[in-house]
Ligand binder design. Sequence first.
Ligand SMILES: *[C@@H]1O[C@H](CO)[C@@H](O)[C@H](O)[C@H]1NC(C)=O
Ligand SMILES: *[C@@H]1O[C@H](CO)[C@@H](O)[C@H](O)[C@H]1NC(C)=O
Ligand SMILES: *[C@@H]1O[C@H](CO)[C@@H](O)[C@H](O)[C@H]1NC(C)=O
Length: 362
Amino acid sequence: MLNIKLSLIFFLFFYTYLIKSQTTENVKKSMTEVTSIYVSECLKDKDCPSNSIGCLYNFCYYKFYCIDNNCISSTVYDLNKNYTNKIVGVCSQEAFNKKECSTSKCKSNEDCISNNCVNGTCMSNPSSPIILCSNEYDQGSPYIKCNKIAYEKCNNNNECFSENCTKNKFCSKNYDYSKKDKASALFLLKAVVGLIILILISLIISKLLECSSYKEEEEYMEEEYLEEEYMNEKVEKGKTNKEDKIIKQNDIIKKEKSNNDNNDNDNDIEKNETNVNEINEIKVEINEFENNNTNENKIKNNNTNENEMKINNENEIKNNNTNENEIDNNITNEIENNITNENEIENNITNENKTGNENEIK
Ligand SMILES: *[C@@H]1O[C@H](CO)[C@@H](O)[C@H](O)[C@H]1NC(C)=O
Ligand SMILES: *[C@@H]1O[C@H](CO)[C@@H](O)[C@H](O)[C@H]1NC(C)=O
Ligand SMILES: *[C@@H]1O[C@H](CO)[C@@H](O)[C@H](O)[C@H]1NC(C)=O
């Protein structure tokens, strides 16, 4: 029981200390503390810490006023009575002289955050100017920027939160949006161009990879297909050769066996003869592949035979021709003989006529 009580007390003490430290932390912060605040994303005001004004454009919005490195959140004015009803606005002499600046009427220095009330106006203290720390966006990501509040005295734009130091040497309340717009536009342009380039590069790379892989695959497939085809052809050739040889050899063995079996039978002599013939034919078939050269020689021999035949034929033809000539000679001889015979007959006739005539004459 004692332990439980002790632990409960310890827990309460720790809890209150935590809350207290948080609230006191909220009251005063150094400028480095403020600038190191992580600007978190949000949907509602409740998503943001108590020192934040609330949720603005999905980011927790902060506003701190700092004098001499003491920063107080704008929200604290309601939490801490010491800071309530204080006039946040300030006027520099430069702005006041140009009648551009006015604050709520102050009665004493304590009414002003600048702790300087002059003729009812909260005037700035050039030795300790009011610094505004608030949300700023650098290339889309928010952070806390600290710089001189509006109407504070300035020499250049970099001194002002608005980044606008007027010709009359005071920070303008009009924010230099053109600069920011330019920056954001440049950032947007960079982002868009970068994105487009990235997409293009990734597209090209993916296309190249796809292409090369496809090409490689295609080539590989083609190679494999060719190789497969070649192997199939080889295997089939080997198979057919082997099969043929085996079948033929088996046939020879069978036939020779049957021959041996049938040798004793005188009746089957004819069969044996045919078997022997078949065996011889098969042997010839087997040897045919190997005897191509001898076949060629045979063909050559045939050719020479043919040539010889031709020569013989030619000779025969020549002989025939001489025969014909002889016949012709015979014929002419016969004709000549005939002619001589005719002459003889004529002579005979003339002779007969002569004798006749002689007889008549006689
Ligand atoms: C407010 O400030 C005064 C003096 O500056 C101080 O005495 C007082 O304790 C403060 N009050 C609180 C609630 O902090
Ligand atoms: C304050 O105001 C009064 C009258 O309005 C003027 O006479 C006086 O010079 C002013 N003082 C300063 C410091 O501006
Ligand atoms: C700077 O402030 C002046 C005065 O408020 C204003 O006229 C001018 O337009 C501002 N300049 C820029 C760039 O915003």
